[in-house]
Design a protein around this ligand. Structure first.
Ligand SMILES: *Cc1c(COP(=O)(O)O)cnc(C)c1O
Length: 390
């Protein structure tokens, strides 16, 4: 299997597609055409590459985690995307979509956010480009993440609380799409992961591919032309995983996407349609979408990008899950062995490596872990979980 362009209509095997109300189809077609042209345009690519270097801080290093490796008996290499401006991989996607927005002659961005990370990244790009920006966020999340709401306001964005449904991420996506239908001539919908209707899963993966391409080059240098045995990333919607997998899908490397136990759409979910595409989805016995639960708000999404469903069904990638206690242990272990406090999301990827080193990962293997976010945002939450233990 490869990670190339999906079939016309945006199909990745049985998954993906464009399941939309009539009103949104022209907007998706316009976006697909604009992205295809931009992605084939050297000037667009050069401008994006320039921003990734001068604004986001790329390339991110690949760091040998020597003390952790010694502890685990496998060689761990960390892809340091937590060093990007705004603290995660989200900026890669958002800068690309902001450039595309300007290229389409629009000057307003709308986006959904759950924990607030994608909202902050989008507000950041809007400030950089001088765009208007509206972020839709469930009321429950607005309350839980008031700090991020303030950050978005500082960056000049309006945050619209969403009171429908469960008042969380899924409902925020619906509201952002509703805004987009009504304002499509002036507005681009800046979706935050490899989900939604075609062309989003393909476009966002291409914008995150830079992670995998850099890591592939860095591995070749470090491993004398070789490739790692395993490439591991956490999976919420699946954009950071898709980005790093894209750099290794044509090699012998095992690709592993780690899900939270309470959000394991691949494994516990069933095929279904949400937010305009078909994928694996957590559902109740009536086919209603269920809420995902994990210690990390960034992975609380009941679905997964359609390309991951496809990679799983074809056996090219594996999607195990880990529980919160394992994540908290991995969070502390990396902090103490390497002096790097990870976000709780990539702590899922690390937790799987810690659990499986010497088991599903043979001793002596080389493992690349995508460290897609930094832990500053999670320190208070982890402190509350650990209480007075230490
Ligand atoms: C948003 C976020 C995620 C989840 O999104 P993916 O599309 O699965 O990558 C994971 N890690 C961090 C640090 C995030 O901010």
């Amino acid at each position: 299997m490869s990670m190339t362009e999906p079939s016309s209509g945006g199909r990745f095997g049985d998954f993906g597609g464009r399941f939309l109300p009539e009103a949104l189809v022209p907007a998706c077609l316009e976006l697909e055409e604009a992205f295809r042209a931009a992605w084939a345009d050297d000037a667009f690519r050069a401008e994006l590459d320039g921003l990734l270097v001068s604004y986001a801080g790329r390339p991110s290093p690949l760091t040998e985690a020597a003390r952790l490796s010694e502890r685990l008996g496998v060689r761990v290499l960390l892809k340091r995307d937590e060093l990007n401006h705004t603290g995660s991989h989200k900026i890669n996607n958002v800068l690309g979509q902001a450039l595309l927005c300007r290229r389409m002659g629009k000057r307003r961005l709308v986006a959904e956010t759950g924990a607030g990370q994608h909202g902050v990244a989008t507000a950041t790009a809007a400030a950089l480009f001088g765009f208007d920006c509206v972020i839709y966020m469930g009321e429950v999340d607005v309350e839980r993440q008031s700090h991020n709401v303030f950050r978005m306001n500082l960056l000049g964005a309006e945050v619209h609380p969403v009171s429908s449904g469960a008042r969380t991420l899924k409902d925020a996506v619906n509201e952002a799409m509703r805004d987009w239908v009504a304002s499509v001539t002036t507005t681009h919908f800046c979706l935050g992961s490899v989900m939604g209707p075609h062309p989003y899963p393909w476009m966002v993966r291409e914008l995150q591919r830079v992670i995998g391409e850099e890591a592939r080059r860095q591995c070749a240098e470090l491993l004398d032309g070789g490739v790692p045995d395993v490439v591991v990333a956490c999976v919420g919607g699946g954009s950071n995983a898709a980005g790093i997998f894209a750099g290794f899908v044509d090699t012998s490397a095992r690709l592993v996407g780690v899900q939270p136990e309470g959000g394991a759409a691949i494994g516990r979910g069933l095929p279904g349609v949400v937010h305009g595409s078909k994928s694996m989805l957590l559902q109740d016995e009536h086919g209603q979408v269920s809420e995902a639960h994990s210690i990390s708000a960034g992975l609380d999404y009941p679905g997964v990008g359609p390309e991951h469903a496809h990679l799983a069904s074809g056996g090219r990638a594996e999607y195990p899950s880990v529980v919160d206690a394992e994540v908290l242990d991995a969070f502390q272990l990396l902090s103490r062995t390497e002096g790097i406090i990870p976000a709780l999301e990539p702590a899922h990827a690390l937790a799987w490596v810690v659990r499986e080193a010497g088991r599903a990962i043979p001793s002596g293997s080389t493992v690349v872990v995508n460290l897609c976010g930094r832990g500053d945002k999670d320190v208070a939450q982890v402190m509350a979980h650990l209480g007075h233990e230490r």
